[in-house]
Design a protein around this ligand. Structure first.
Ligand code: ACO
Length: 507
């Protein structure tokens, strides 16, 4: 019996136990209509690392260990299935559909709200090892890129897969700079926003509006078109972002200065006043450029997933980038550094830290800027940002919030709650402190994230468009609503038991 083998064999690794638990949830949902007494599916993982039963014959064990497959026994039917384990240690979820109780049965599904254990694509762009705190773009460690590259070079790497040589870098820079200007009608469009419009809301709307200016962007299968839209988007994002900021300040919009660097030009469009030519401070210019490098891509995060999902309908990339930017707007994604500043400001001094930590441990609060879905160790970007903060303070003066942040981090790294939950500072823990020291209002924080992430979104999108395995993204659901009901005329429906505005159960 496979059950006995599983019980007598070496204890399954944690990942297998988690996999079995997930399978049992899915199976339970199906079983409710079939056999009530049969337990969960028993999965017998025949990979090279998993032992079968110690008493099995050597030959059999060797045969099984050599196979990269997963054997599944459906205890409802007694049938056995063998599912290939593919590159990256994944099974095809569609293979589960073969597991059925009869011809009428839809077949098994996997249930994974929030995609916590579902790979939606095969990607070559970004590698993350959350356990070890490793982040690489196209194989290059983030630390080396932040030390030696500039953002435009990294954008080239992210989009095209290789670091450019000198000649290709110059051509790429020229191509991006050619596209820093935007149509005057877009400027008029932006001027239509209310004086206090959130710059991120303006950015979402304006990027979406750009699709109407470039109808050629619909040609998503054309390499030339994809190249052109990529240059346009990377080139124009700083212009739109800076104008959104100027709008909220009631200041005239500043046109791009292509003699400046990518980050320098952005600073000019943000902060230029009456001077004939804006001269960015080199330390702040470099700091911003490094922050752009750190934010260029982060594999299948919420906004990259939005980009791919919306793009899978074959809509133009401006519409898809608008959707990705909207995803980034949320406080659990690009808005977390704003939440960190609010938290630090509310604390006011290091004296308030112990009380605050108590409330976090009691589950009353979250320590913003701590924790990450993927990183279960120190976010490698956070280390770089922390160092960068001191360089920025040399120019701007020290942001006093850093002392509270340092105290929170110190306790967080030692305290049993944070250690056992594997909560470490993420990239957003220190970025807000830098942005605030540089004079950015909090509403601009997610905008500063969207500018460099555009290269990552375009790389993820192009990979999706070119991938023959990809189709329109369309998850399944497990329907838990009412069974068939008969419509009744309004006068025959039961008398209300509460006021209409109190009926909110489903909203
Ligand atoms: N402070 C205190 N406890 C936390 C925190 C935190 N910041 N983050 C997670 N936990 C706890 C949860 O309460 C939960 O505890 P429990 O198991 O005892 O119930 C456990 O850790 C797991 O947390 P989840 O929310 O399930 O983890 P998930 O992977 O879904 O969430 C997230 C990750 C959203 C980043 C979360 O850690 C969080 O909300 N952090 C604060 C917001 C933040 O900094 N977001 C920025 C992310 S980086 C980026 O998007 C650029």
């Amino acid at each position: 019996m496979i059950e006995q083998r599983a019980m007598h064999g070496r204890a399954a690794p944690a990942s297998n136990r988690a996999g079995a638990a997930r399978a049992s949830i899915a199976a339970e949902l199906v079983l409710s209509t079939v056999y009530m007494l049969i337990g969960a599916l028993v999965l017998n993982f025949r990979s090279g690392k998993t032992a079968i039963h110690r008493d099995d014959s050597r030959d059999r064990r060797e045969t099984l260990m050599a196979k990269n497959t997963l054997s599944v026994t459906d205890n409802r039917t007694g049938k056995q299935y063998e599912i290939p384990i593919e590159e990256g240690g994944a099974i095809r979820a569609a293979k589960l559909r073969d597991i059925k109780t009869g011809p009428e049965d839809f077949g098994l599904m996997s249930y994974d709200p929030a995609f916590t254990n579902t790979a939606s694509c095969r990607s070559k762009v970004t590698f993350i090892d959350g356990e070890k705190g490793i982040l690489r773009y196209r194989g290059y460690p983030i630390e080396e890129l932040a030390e030696h590259s500039n953002y435009l070079e990294v954008a080239y790497l992210v989009v095209k897969g290789e670091l450019p040589n000198e000649q290709h870098y110059r051509a790429w820079e020229e191509n991006i700079k050619t596209h820093t200007m935007v149509h005057e009608n877009l400027k008029n469009f932006m001027q239509g926003f209310r004086y206090d419009a959130h710059p991120m809301g303006m950015l979402v709307g304006t990027i979406g509006a750009m699709s109407t200016f470039y109808p050629d962007a619909k040609e998503i299968m054309s390499l030339e078109s994809r190249r052109l839209q990529t240059r346009r988007l990377i080139g124009k994002l700083p212009t739109l972002a800076a104008w959104a900021y100027r709008h909220t300040r009631g200041l005239p919009y500043v046109y791009p200065d292509n003699d400046l660097s990518y980050a320098g030009n952005f600073l000019s469009m943000l902060f230029k006043m009456t001077e004939l030519r804006y001269k960015p401070n080199p330390t702040l210019e470099r700091a911003l450029d490094i922050l752009f490098i750190l934010h260029a891509d982060h594999e299948q995060n919420c906004s990259a997933n939005a980009m791919r999902s919306v793009g899978s309908s074959q809509v133009d990339p401006y519409s898809a980038v608008a959707a990705a930017t909207a995803a980034l707007y949320g406080p659990l994604h690009g808005g977390a550094n704003e939440a960190v500043i609010r938290m630090l400001t509310e604390l006011g001094s290091v004296k308030a830290v112990p009380e605050f930590i108590k409330s976090v441990k009691a589950g009353e609060r979250k320590m913003m800027g701590f924790g990450h879905r993927v990183y279960k160790s120190y976010d490698p970007r956070a280390k770089i940002v922390k160092r960068l903060a001191y360089e920025v303070f040399e120019i701007t003066g020290r942001n006093p919030l850093i002392d509270i942040a340092l105290e929170l981090e110190k306790i967080g790294l030692e305290d049993e709650y944070f250690v056992s939950h594997r909560l470490y500072p993420n990239v957003d823990f220190y970025t807000g402190i830098i942005y605030q020291a540089m004079g950015f209002p909090m509403t601009m924080f997610p905008v500063l994230f969207a500018i460099p992430r555009t290269s990552g979104w375009m790389a993820q999108w192009a990979e999706m468009v070119r991938d023959p395995e990809q189709k329109i993204a369309r998850p399944r659901q497990i329907y838990i609503g009412e069974k068939l009901r008969q419509w009744t005329p309004i006068e025959k429906r039961p008398a209300p038991t509460m006021r209409e505005d109190a009926v909110s159960g489903q909203i």
